[in-house]
Design a protein around this ligand. Structure first.
Ligand SMILES: [Zn+2]
Length: 628
């Protein structure tokens, strides 16, 4: 086991791993200021984005759940890695070879388990792809592909491969490349054979590599090629088992190909199979993804929303291409249950003849697939019609029973306008022609508003200006300037006494910066902005304080133009002015209590001081004008 990674390498990897690029592999970001980007937090469920990235300081911070830190912390949190694993992952991405104290570099023998499993998967994907064009038995795979209209180019675009017949072709390859049997079993590439030795997990199957959002192969989906009824051939579709890499609840096949267009078109098309994803992309529906051997679940909702940057009410569209059959109906109802608001953005595209997108593409070409998507109907409507279809609407009894079954669905729609619209539709579909009667039934099933959902402000105060004490806003702004613009703001900031900060946490940060020798010169001393911010952050010994410092380093400065001397001067003058104002108030109350005759000396001194302070305040106010 090698020692610590050298500090210089840690810094170099950080420098070559722009936080916006790394975060963008998981979260769709949009600009929110000169240096700031915003997106939906991957660490907690949220409807409006409070996850910020600051490209200048290289930090991220979520103002919702207070999760924050640098590019290393992000990778550690998002993938559940140790610091060392995160460093290895980022170093590989950045093309930096890590050197360890006490010798050694990143190579096979020291690389982390996750890196090794990724490497094994990369080799496996290459192996399978190569087998598809070289192995004699791969013909069955080509028959499968060509029957669906896929040629060599399509197979290459999606990395389709062939897991050969025989027992251990891949296993032998990987063992020869010094992977251990334990690793191959852990990664789901091999398994124990009945006679004790290791054998491949996949045999005589067409193989689709499944990638994470960063484009790394993390698992495979394999389609059986043996004739139906072949003994011991296994299921028609076999996926990688759950492994440290392969978490099917959060994976969407094709997401790494579709993500850019998903963000651009505010649309995701969810299909059922790997060939459906291929057909959609080839037909020009480049926003298609599929779940990997599991139903679309709540964690997929989170992934889709982050890909959509789903913040505006009903902006993005999620289109499911369910079968029109019972299973499809069920799947639609499940999607409806995930989240009401998600459901209102959800559409269903059903092919009347029950063809899946791949079959549709084979028969009708690109246009047919695009038409399918264009013919989408809102999920709510689809679900309601599904419910109504189970009743005999020719009888009053049947219509009443259908209403009883459908009213709870409509009642659950939180948007009042939408709920009313569906109540009217429901009445029409049922043929009562009595909107009030239907609306009353729906109203019985209204969700009660959730109580106590108001966010609890943290000890360090809520973020949005306007909801907080204006004095706290000014203090916070001064601290943000000192952290984010130490060169510009340092000289003035360093003259502010800690007692000028009234919020205890603000005073703590002011003292912390003083202990570091002040903000001016901090930049040069630390050797760069990111290093300066890291220094301030490292000086914060308590976790809560560290998070607060991160927030200060990420939060947008409230200046509409580029931050300049004038803005700094205005802000710092405001702090002083507020401080002087508090002293004036204290002094006035003292003057009130003094007797100008009996306490003449004290009175005159206090009075003189008061006059001087008033004058100082006027000067500060003139400088701080525009800062209010
Ligand atoms: Zn969060």
């Amino acid at each position: 086991m090698a020692g610590r990674i050298r500090d210089a390498d840690v810094a170099l990897v950080r420098e070559r791993s722009p936080i916006a690029d790394v975060v963008s592999e998981h979260v769709q970001l949009r600009p929110a200021g000169r240096n700031e980007l915003v997106g939906l937090c991957p660490f907690h469920e949220e409807k409006s984005p409070s996850f910020y990235v600051n490209v200048a300081t290289g930090l991220f911070h979520c103002f919702g759940c207070q999760q924050g830190g640098d590019v290393y912390s992000f990778v550690r949190e998002i993938d559940g890695l140790s610091f060392r694993e995160a460093a290895e992952r980022l170093s590989r991405r950045a093309g930096v070879t890590l050197t360890f104290e006490g010798g050694g570099t990143t190579d096979r023998t020291v690389s982390s388990q996750r890196q090794r499993l990724l490497e094994a998967h990369r080799i496996a994907a290459e192996f399978y792809a190569e087998q598809l064009t070289s192995h004699p038995d791969a013909r069955a795979g080509w028959d499968f592909l060509t029957a669906r209209g896929f040629d060599l180019e399509a197979a290459r675009r999606f990395g389709v491969g062939y897991a050969p017949t025989g027992w251990d072709a891949l296993t032998r390859q990987l063992l020869a490349r010094r992977f251990t049997g334990e690793e191959l079993v852990l990664g789901g590439l091999s398994k124990q054979g009945s006679r004790g030795g290791l054998i491949d997990r996949f045999h005589h199957r067409l193989m689709w590599p499944i990638r994470d959002l960063a484009g790394e192969v993390v698992g495979f989906g394999g389609r059986l090629l043996a004739a139906d009824g072949t003994p011991n051939a296994g299921p028609k579709y076999l996926n990688s088992p759950e492994t440290p890499l392969f978490k099917k609840a959060t994976l969407l096949y094709g997401a790494e190909l579709a993500r850019r267009d998903i963000a651009r078109r505010y649309q995701v098309v969810v299909v059922e199979g790997y060939t459906d994803v291929m057909a959609c992309h080839l037909a020009g529906v480049t926003t298609a993804v599929a779940t990997c051997g599991t139903a679309f679940g709540p964690e997929h909702v989170g992934v889709v929303r982050r890909l959509l940057m789903d913040s505006d009410e009903r902006r993005g569209e999620v289109i499911f291409t369910f079968d029109g059959d019972a299973a499809g109906q069920k799947a639609a109802m499940r999607a409806f249950e995930h989240e009401e608001r998600f459901a209102t953005q959800t559409f269903v595209a059903v092919e009347p003849a029950g063809l899946d997108p791949c079959e549709l593409w084979m028969r009708g070409g690109d246009t047919a697939v695009r038409d399918l998507v264009a013919r989408r109907v809102p999920l709510v409507e689809f679900a309601l019609r599904g419910v109504l279809g189970r009743y005999d609407l020719d009888t009053t009894e049947g219509r009443l029973a259908a209403l009883d079954a459908a009213a709870p669905l409509v009642g659950r729609i939180k948007d009042a306008g939408l709920r009313q619209r569906y109540a009217v539709n429901l009445d029409r579909w049922l043929g009562f022609l009595d909107e009030k009667f239907v609306a009353a039934r729906v109203a019985e099933h209204r969700d009660r508003p959730a109580a106590g959902t108001a966010a609890v402000a943290s000890a360090f105060g809520p973020r949005r200006a306007g909801t907080v004490d204006p004095v706290a806003v000014v203090e916070r702004e001064a601290l943000k300037l000192a952290v984010q613009f130490p060169g510009l703001a340092g000289p003035m900031f360093d003259t502010l006494a800690p007692e000028m900060f009234t919020v205890p946490a603000h005073r703590t940060v002011r003292e912390l910066i003083a202990r570091l020798g002040g903000a001016s010169g901090g930049l040069a001393r630390a050797g760069g902005l990111a290093a300066w911010v890291a220094e301030v952050s490292a000086a914060a010994t308590e976790e809560e304080l560290r998070r607060f410092v991160t927030a200060l380093a990420v939060e947008r400065v409230l200046c509409d133009r580029d931050v300049d001397d004038r803005y700094v001067d205005e802000q710092m003058s405001r702090i002083q002015e507020l401080h002087v104002t508090r002293r004036i108030t204290d002094l006035k109350s003292r003057v009130q209590r003094l007797n100008p005759v009996a306490d003449a000396e004290a009175f005159n001194r206090a009075y003189g001081e008061l006059i001087a302070l008033e004058q100082h305040k006027r000067q500060l106010r003139e400088r701080g004008v525009g800062a209010a």
